[in-house]
Ligand binder design. Structure first.
Ligand code: FAD
Length: 394
């Protein structure tokens, strides 16, 4: 058991509070538990969430999942015969490179599949309290006192050796300890709406993905094996704050109505009315000069949100958990040293992926005609080069 010295000179088991039962929070819990810590997770939602949107898990994420011992139990939903189509306004379609295969074959799955696998790693071993949020944090040099509020508005104050804010891009822990969102948000100038479709698009096979793209707006349908595809609407905006307060359905109907090729848009939006499992939000990168202060650490989207355009957020969340575990193992009685090591190990990875997010957003939502055209050419060239390479290796 990891221990800190008590007043009597005995060592006591170290306790960590993790805020957020997402990919970052559960990865940290597995790693802390392995190092002999006693993690407690609090989650705002009343129960564990399932489903979610398409995720392509790259090598970095696969390796981190393997290191956390959850890769083997993770559902993999990459379709066997995958084809991606660029559907034009006039109804014609062209094959393009598989958007999920930009780099070495990522695993296609749902966010919920990763969370389910991580849950296997903590179930019955880590205390999880639902419908609970932090309302105040008094941060000290060796411990932090956290006031926890339940849905009945009952408050209790508890003391922890470490508090981990893994509560997503709009983190409460970050607001309580580091400062307001505006100090760390870097808007990409886009909105997203992601949700599972109830049926395949007409005229497309199972395993087909598609993209309907125009200047400043796109619908991408990501195929998954064994379950319906997920839809991702993305569009450019001027005022992210105002945009995310609007109603998703009427907003998307208004923005995409003249792009409704073969009824694909309107059918997808019908499916949106039938699900509660959707995400509608502005896209923000989070940039912070430091991820820890006293005994509070941020990890995952709360610390560095890489956005969907990096294709690395889920991987970074698991990697964050793995690296935290390794740092604590290297500095068993020196939490400050471990936090410094965590920072030093994660910083280059995050910097590398944040650097290209604005540029990569052009692949998803072109901001002008030139970028729309360039993106089309790029996907075609990728497809041709892949065909050529596979013929050469055959
Ligand atoms: C459309 C889309 C596509 C994506 N595609 C990819 C991809 O292809 N590849 C990839 O690697 N990544 C992808 N990502 C990114 C990835 O999903 C995220 O980076 C990752 O899920 C972040 O995990 P997290 O645990 O840090 O935060 P979150 O998933 O946001 O989890 C935070 C948790 O904290 C809880 N919470 C929030 N506030 C509080 C509070 N005050 N108190 C208690 N609990 C709280 C929330 O309910 C939630 O359970 C995509 C993201 C989106 C939106």
């Amino acid at each position: 058991m990891a221990a800190s010295p008590s007043l009597e000179g005995h060592y006591m088991t170290q306790r960590a509070l993790i805020v957020g039962l997402g990919i970052g929070g559960m990865s940290a819990a597995i790693a802390l538990k392995r190092q002999g810590w006693m993690p407690v997770i609090i989650e705002r939602a009343p129960e564990r969430r399932k489903g979610g949107y398409f995720i392509g898990l790259r090598d970095e994420g696969k390796n981190a999942a393997a290191a956390l011992g959850v890769l083997d139990v993770m559902e993999k939903r990459t379709p066997e015969h995958i084809q991606f189509w660029d559907v034009r306004k006039d109804g014609t379609r062209r094959r393009i490179a598989d958007l999920t295969q930009e780099t070495n074959a990522p695993i296609a799955l749902l966010r919920g599949d990763i969370e389910e696998a991580l849950w296997h790693g903590i179930e019955g071993q880590v205390e999880v309290r639902f419908s609970t949020v932090p309302s105040a944090i008094v941060n000290g040099d060796t411990q932090a006192q956290v006031t926890l509020r339940t849905e009945d508005d009952e408050e209790t104050t508890e003391t922890y050796d470490l508090v981990i804010g893994a509560d997503g891009v709009r983190s409460t822990v970050r607001k309580l300890v580091f400062g307001p969102d505006e100090a760390f948000f870097h808007s990409i100038g886009t909105m997203l709406c992601a949700f599972p479709l109830a049926r395949s698009a007409e005229g497309f096979k199972a395993g087909d993905g598609l993209m309907i793209a125009d200047v400043k707006r796109t619908l991408t349908v990501f195929p998954l094996a064994g379950r319906p595809s997920t839809a991702l609407f993305s569009y450019r905006i001027r005022n992210p704050k105002r945009a995310s307060r609007k109603d998703p359905l009427s907003t998307l109907l208004q923005i995409f109505s003249d792009l409704d090729v073969d009824g694909i848009i309107s059918k997808a939006l019908e499916d949106l009315t039938m699900t509660d499992d959707f995400l509608f939000d502005s896209v923000q990168m989070v940039k912070m000069p430091r991820w820890s202060k006293g005994r509070v650490l941020l990890l995952g989207d709360s610390a560095w949100c890489l956005t969907l355009y990096s294709g690395m957020g889920a991987s970074a969340g698991m990697l964050g958990g793995q690296v935290l575990g390794e740092a604590l193992a290297a500095c068993p009685h020196d939490v400050d040293g471990a936090l410094q090591m965590f920072e030093a190990r994660m910083r280059p990875f995050v910097r590398k992926h944040q650097r290209f997010i604005v540029l990569r957003s052009q692949l998803f939502v072109p901001s002008n005609r030139f970028s729309l055209w360039g993106r089309r050419v790029l996907w075609q060239v990728l497809l041709l080069s892949r065909k050529y390479l596979s013929r050469m290796s055959a």
